[in-house]
Design a protein around this ligand. Structure first.
Ligand SMILES: Cc1cc2nc3c(=O)[nH]c(=O)nc-3n(C[C@H](O)[C@H](O)[C@H](O)COP(=O)(O)OP(=O)(O)OC[C@H]3O[C@@H](n4cnc5c(N)ncnc54)[C@H](O)[C@@H]3O)c2cc1C
Length: 472
């Protein structure tokens, strides 16, 4: 076996492959014990595959716990993975009412925590993964690559080996910035450090009430996180002033499908929000492109600057940045990932989840083939797999991990037999209101005059992927 600089396998490498660890005997490592990571574990358990789940938080589903006060809009029947249900029911668990809309806290207490309990030592809490690579192979080296195990390094320096890695670490830890261009707004870091900016979904009616009641609050963002926060703010005392700023020229996307929404809770959210805007309880500012955040004593001055250079400023006591999330693939930067340049999902998945074309409910079934990277054995699943597309539903993630685990178990027929029954929705798909919004178009929406009168009805719908909004 020759050794040269161009990637042929050396004798040493070959010996390592032949005499080294039996990769097939190593566990599959699942990163993250959220709903989808735990569902992956359930499928691995059901198929008799050795596995280990590593969760950064000190509790299971640590990210869900952070929005535990929020009631989800999909009922239980869509939120429980089939393999998890079988495992739990075998242990005497009874599923909650399938039509009930749980809060994040209920998701944990009534489903995820009991599921985690069944995993015993196969779930490690407080185990934050800082990097994943191939043992002895950086991203460039090729020959023999597939025969060596994955190397998983934890934050405390411990290293583990795995035959495959399922990255279900979510996106919640990596929120988008306030800046309309995707870069932090000027002064944003300072305003965050000064405690004037909160990321999405503060517990406005509970633990965080004192910080909001009686203040002027600006919510930036057009997704359901923004809607949820706005509705909570509207329940505070009347002296709580609420301003809602969005880039688009109208809020049709956020208002969504109303009575036509197949997830009634989601439709109702939009309908209630529209009523508050119509009544003036919430002041909607459209065509707002956050550019600068300045601290002025205990207040923040949030400045919008549009493409024509027109500026408008809002002075507030607090800002809620409900601008969505983005995936952080840096833990896998020594692996070979094939990422869509726009969404940050795999390139095969991107057209299936494109928020310009799909709502949560119209995403087609997909599995191992769409999630595969050029790095065999590594899969990003769950909300992380969608990158910046805000159209993710747990049910979609459950089908992803069913398919991936079937493939890892060698059952390619099951892996490729992907099926999905999702509630259709009018929220993010091309409903009439949205189509109308896009027809009015960007050209008129960003003119300075129209921004001076933001409720004039013209729109500044942001083109390109990422403009849609559904679940975040
Ligand atoms: C407010 C809100 C409401 C939603 N409502 C719905 C709904 O109604 N219906 C629906 O289907 N979907 C809903 N979603 C979308 C989605 O289903 C959820 O975000 C879901 O929690 C995603 O599951 P996940 O397992 O992919 O990721 P997460 O739940 O984010 O779990 C990721 C886990 O990985 C851990 N982790 C992160 N980094 C590391 C690391 N480096 N090492 C180890 N562990 C790590 C985290 O601590 C976390 O526990 C909602 C989302 C939000 C934010």
């Amino acid at each position: 076996m020759s050794n040269n600089c161009c990637g042929t396998t050396t004798a040493l490498e070959l010996e390592r492959i032949v005499n080294g660890p039996n990769v097939g005997a190593l566990p599959v490592v699942v990163i993250g014990a959220g709903p989808v990571g735990l569902a992956a574990a359930a499928h691995l358990a059901e198929r008799g595959q050795d596995f280990l789940v590593l969760e950064a938080g000190e509790q299971v589903a640590a990210s869900v716990a952070r929005w535990g006060h929020v009631r989800v809009f999909s009922p239980w029947k869509y939120n429980i993975d089939a393999a998890a249900r079988r495992l739990l029911e075998a242990g005497g668990w009874s599923a909650p009412d399938g039509e009930w809309l749980p809060t994040g806290a209920e998701l944990i207490d009534d489903y995820l925590a009991p599921l985690a309990k069944l995993l015993g030592e196969r779930l490690r809490l407080g185990a934050k993964v800082s990097a994943v690579s191939r043992e002895g192979y950086d991203r460039v080296r090729t020959n023999g690559r597939e025969a060596v195990p994955f190397l998983i390094r934890l934050q405390d320096g411990e290293e583990l080996r795995a035959r495959a890695v399922i990255d279900a670490s979510g996106t919640y830890e990596n929120p988008n910035v306030l800046g309309a261009s995707g870069l932090p707004a000027r002064g944003e870091a300072g305003a965050v450090a000064a405690g004037l900016v909160d990321h999405a979904l503060p517990d406005v009616l509970g633990a965080d009430r004192d910080r909001y009641e009686g203040n002027h609050v600006l919510v930036v963002g057009a997704g359901h996180s923004a809607a949820t926060t706005l509705l909570a703010l509207a329940q505070l005392s009347e002296d709580t002033r609420i301003t809602w700023a969005i880039r688009a020229g109208g809020a049709a996307r956020t208002y969504g499908g109303g009575d036509a929404d197949a997830l009634p809770a989601r439709g109702a959210l939009g309908t209630r929000l529209r009523a508050h805007v119509d009544s003036g309880r919430i002041q909607l500012v459209t065509g707002f492109f956050t550019h600068t955040v300045r601290c002025a004593g205990e207040q923040a001055i949030v400045v919008s600057r549009d493409a024509s250079g027109h500026e408008q400023a809002i002075v507030v006591d607090r800002v809620v940045a409900a601008t969505g999330y983005r995936p952080d693939h840096t833990i896998a930067s020594e692996l070979r990932l094939d990422l869509d340049p726009i969404l940050g999902s795999t390139r095969a998945l991107a057209p299936l989840i494109d928020p310009n074309r799909h709502s949560c409910g119209t995403v087609p079934a997909h599995g191992v083939d769409e999630l595969a990277h050029p790095e065999p054995g590594f899969y990003a699943v769950g909300v992380k797999s969608y990158g910046r597309a805000p159209t993710f539903l747990m049910a979609t993630g459950y089908e992803q991990v069913r398919s991936v685990v079937a493939a890892l178990a060698g059952d390619w027929e099951a892996a490729r037999d992907v099926r999905l029954e999702l509630p259709e929705t009018g929220v993010c798909s091309s409903n009439l209101a949205e189509a109308q919004e896009q027809r009015v178009g960007l050209a008129t929406g960003i003119s300075g005059g129209l921004l001076d009168t933001p409720l004039a009805g013209a729109t500044a719908a942001v083109p390109g992927r990422g403009g849609g909004s559904c679940c975040g």
